[in-house]
Design a protein around this ligand. Sequence first.
Ligand code: PMP
Length: 355
Amino acid sequence: MSGWEANVRKVTPYIPGEQPDDADMIKLNTNENPYPPSPSASAVLGGMNGGRMRLYPDPDVRELKAALAEHFGIEPGQVFVGVGSDDVLATAFLTFFNGKKPVLFPDVTYSFYEVWAELFGIPYERPMLDDNFRIKKEDYLRENGGIVFPNPNAPTGVEMPLTDIEEIVAGNPGSVVIVDEAYVDFGAQSALPLIDKYDNLLVVQTFSKSRSMAGMRIGYAMGNKRLIGFLNDVRNSFNSYTMNRPAIAMGTAAVRDDDYFRMICQKIIDTRENTAVQLRRLGFHFEESKANFIFAAHRSVPAADLMQELRKRHIYVRYFPKGRTQNYLRITIGTPEQMERLFAALKEILGEEQA
Ligand code: PMP
């Protein structure tokens, strides 16, 4: 071991889903939206004057914050933006989970939470979901140094009722509660209306899923002004120009195109409901999903085998080979045509008798 290695921060990184470069693929593995972003957002990007790129972007990202604030009926000072919600969440962990008591998040959830906790040296505990993959609110009504969970949860897609979320937020006035709403636009209820009532609630959302802009990397958090102020202070102690000009311009245009946003979300919801029917017919079981994916296990064929067979047919789905989720596939909702190809492939793999 070299002498300097003793001083290296050694971490086990988050492993992102595979990003294959396969011309003929059906990509249902990282919860992207199969439809393009709003045409007006793409037009803004196409029309951007390259000359302005020599100038730094607005470090306060006022244009995008104002658009988000107007859209949600809150004040710009209640909005924080970052480079995808991963950046927003990491900044929030660093800012709010700074105590000695353990931060709580579910055993089955977004795996980045554990990575950030390890990276920042935050103590944590992971209460177990129940047998139906539900978060048990009682587990979050005990001493803790902070709370974070997605709603709907990932990778299960299961929604937690807003009344339970409110009980958790109300029951923890001494902790910041982060609700990660990466998938909320596909039919779940947002906790946003509670931010004026509770000063310890931070709601995090993203442009990556419902706004079809995973490639642009925009996420945001909403909460009371003091919470947002602390986030800004930490960000500005690290990097003050996180949002680039194209992201600010395109994000702003996307938020303003509400009709397109609603239409795309509805399409995904409709396709998800049809996918659920078809998957059940093929012998899969799963909890009801309120996200743009379904987390499903087959009654007889192991998930690992299904994943390999689908892959041979250029269909990519996500598989987490660990613990009690190892027989599940997380299947992102694509276009109806893509889902038809998935069903046809599954029929072929499963054979008539298993389907
Ligand atoms: N939260 C959850 C629950 C997610 O599944 C993801 C997607 N990997 C993210 C946050 C981060 O998404 P992004 O950084 O693209 O906004």
